[in-house]
Design a protein around this ligand. Structure first.
Ligand code: GTP
Ligand code: MG
Length: 642
């Protein structure tokens, strides 16, 4: 069957990154030595009509002349030789087509190399074919590969039971292997997309269900590949532009880098991480000078200019303000260790995430596992070729994403003495957490969050009220506090002015002090929110950057409410008389910002207190908290209990 000759009736109409309308899927073929990987690949190339004209016949003739039995793996060897001699144009990656997919087979030369490539992001598979010899059955390496696919986050795995001709195409033998290995994958949380009986050598089950496997009703290998889902295109993910260099042309500063994911264009509002500075893209430059129009997507190398002078340096990451990465000094990662000397708790390492690097300390080692044995070996150290989950504390903040959100930026590499010693995936990012020395272990609450929320009928949250002085923040904050408390909740008011009298008493009104003031408010509020309380913060917090920093600290717990009372109304109220005047004066003289409140652009709620009652405004906040999952919905609860 020649798959190319069948036009794809179900091909999606949208254009794909590979320039066609066919989704591209990258796969890797793994399995125990000699179980038939190369044979299957040779077969697949043949069955899908992907071989150069005459190649197969030529190899068969050569084999016959030398008195050797023809092997399908010769095809790969031949392509490999041509590649080594630089003859073929592009065989670094073997490509073939099924009905509706362009398949790219990722070269997996050897075990260690494959892992190294996968974990350092040099290659990345959307799916995998795992091959098992029907006679030999599941072997160590089969299990190990299954486990590694799970570790690497490859969810789509087609299992192929090969060499069925050696077991007389026995349905029982097939079922036994299929059951054994499916159970193994199940434990790892992987459900095979298909388990297929084949003879790669003879062609059964590869592109056709032959009589010899007449008892089998599932998909062929080609059909299974045709059903693989491509990864979300990188362009559809959030913008990540790691800064590689800054060039000066005339008076322009051009920030250059390669777009790892997402897209950008002139006019976009961006944030530069980890500093958190905000700017707009003025122009997008193509090399070396002319500005280019339109959106530029993942994979493009671009230079951009910004609408204001900001300090940007190599290693920073540029993102859109609404979907920025999380700056962190703490992260959890799943790593594969490639170094002779084992990795132990307390070890000093160098951590690289994209272009950014930081010295780091291993705070804890959990689940160290030998992927061959699949047994937890210990949790003090990770040995050579073992896998583990570790907690890392960084000496400099790094902007990164969990691997599940962005497979491109959610990877890390660990170096020891200038050499790659391991690599892995970012599992979670503890936004805003400071680095802690190894001997300080944060003490957790005796109560679980769900115990508290069951009593309070709400989850923890940071409700951040920002707005001009005298806009009505404190009034509303107090009304909300009373309302939540009356309903049995646990609200706590953190008024900016109150905290300035104590915790923040050492801070003035310089830009740095204002940022620190907001940071402390956000840290305290987040701690309370993590413990199930609703922290209501009432603070002018005029700088958008500072509020963005607070949001990063509180992360998903953050709800911003803009008290958008017109300036004239605020002036008229002036409830704090001389105090406010003095403070406004101080703000203006130190920073010029007293007159320059930066309005939020994406607050969860905006309220103008000049046109409504306090009760009314409180209602509205309550509704927002309910809709955004903070307050439990009493009506829905009632309904569920009837
Ligand atoms: P490594 O690359 O060394 O790990 O091996 P591999 O998994 O690529 O195996 P390869 O394709 O080289 O096949 C190993 C041997 O198994 C060869 O002699 C093949 O001819 C034989 N073989 C592969 N598929 C089949 C099959 O379906 N039936 C039989 N009887 N032999 C097969
Ligand atoms: Mg091989």
């Amino acid at each position: 069957m020649n798959m190319i000759l069948n036009p794809a009736p179900s091909a999606p109409p949208t254009s794909m990154p590979n320039g066609t309308t066919r989704p591209q899927v990258r796969i890797v073929i793994v399995g125990h030595v000699d179980h038939g990987k190369s044979t299957l690949v040779g077969r697949l190339l043949h069955e899908t009509g992907s071989l150069p004209e005459g190649k197969l016949e030529m190899l068969q003739a050569v084999s016959a002349r030398r008195g050797m039995a023809f092997e399908w793996s010769f095809l790969l060897d031949a392509l490999q030789t041509e590649r080594d001699q630089g003859i073929t144009i592009d065989t670094t990656q073997i490509r073939f087509r099924t009905n509706s997919r362009d398949i790219v087979l990722i070269d997996a030369p050897g075990h260690a190399e494959f892992l190294r490539n996968m974990i350092t992001g040099a290659s990345q598979a959307d799916g995998a074919v795992l091959i098992i010899d029907a006679l030999e059955g599941v072997r160590d390496q089969t299990r190990r590969h299954g486990y590694l696919l799970h570790l690497l986050g490859v969810k789509q795995v087609a299992v192929v039971v090969n060499k069925m001709d050696r077991v007389d195409f026995s349905a029982e033998r097939f079922k036994a292997i299929s059951d054994e290995f499916s159970a193994h994958l199940q434990v790892l949380g992987v459900t095979p997309t298909a388990v297929i009986p084949i003879s790669a050598r003879d062609g059964d089950g590869v592109a056709a269900r032959t009589d010899r496997i007449g008892w089998y009703a599932g998909p062929t290998v080609v059909e299974a590949l045709d059903r693989l889902e491509p990864a979300r295109p990188l362009e559809a993910l959030a913008l990540r532009l790691p800064v590689q260099a800054i060039y000066k042309f005339d008076d322009r500063r051009i920030v250059a880098g390669r777009i790892e994911s997402g897209s950008l264009s002139a006019g976009d509002e961006i944030v530069i991480m980890p500093a958190g500075k905000i700017a707009r893209i003025k122009t997008v430059e193509s090399w070396p000078e002319t500005p280019i129009a339109g959106r530029q997507g993942a994979g493009r190398s671009v230079g951009i200019t910004l609408d204001r002078e900001l300090f940007v340096e190599r290693g920073d990451t540029i993102a859109h303000t609404a979907t920025g990465p999380r700056e962190t000094r703490r992260l959890r990662a799943r790593i594969f260790w490639l170094h002779d000397k084992e990795l132990a708790k307390g070890d000093q390492i160098l951590l690289r995430c994209g272009p950014k690097e930081s010295r780091a300390t291993v705070v804890a080692i959990e689940k160290a596992v030998d992927p061959g044995e699949l047994a937890s070996v210990e949790n003090k150290a990770i040995g050579l070729n073992h896998v583990g989950e570790i907690d890392i504390s960084l000496s400099n903040p790094i902007a990164t994403d969990p691997y599940t959100e962005n497979p491109r930026t959610g990877r890390l590499v660990i170096e020891v003495a200038g050499r790659i010693a391991g690599g892995g995936l970012v599992l979670s990012v503890d936004a805003g957490q400071r680095a802690v020395p190894v001997d300080i272990v944060p003490v957790e609450s005796a109560l679980r969050p769900d115990e508290r929320s069951a009593r309070y009928r709400h989850n923890g949250a940071v409700v951040w009220l920002t707005g001009l002085p005298a806009a009505g923040k404190s009034t509303l904050a107090k009304a909300l506090e009373r309302r939540l408390f009356t309903n049995g909740g646990s609200p706590i008011l953190l008024d900016g002015d109150t905290l300035r009298a104590g915790l923040n008493g050492d801070l003035g009104f310089s830009a740095a002090d204002r940022s620190e003031n907001i940071r402390r408010l956000a840290e305290v509020a987040t701690h309370l929110a993590r413990n199930g309380h609703i922290a209501i913060v009432a603070a002018v917090s005029p700088a958008r950057e500072d509020r963005a920093a607070a949001r990063r600290i509180a992360d998903t717990l953050f709800r911003e409410i803009h008290i958008a009372t017109p300036a004239e109304v605020c002036e008229g109220r002036d409830p704090k008389g001389h105090y406010k005047k003095a403070r406004a004066g101080a703000l203006a003289s130190f920073t010029g910002i007293g007159n320059d409140y930066q309005r939020p652009e994406a607050a969860e709620l905006t309220i103008d207190t000049s046109s409504r009652t306090v009760a009314d405004a409180t209602d509205e906040i309550e509704r927002m908290l309910q809709q955004s999952g903070v307050l439990f919905d009493e009506v829905a609860d009632l309904a569920a209990n009837i």
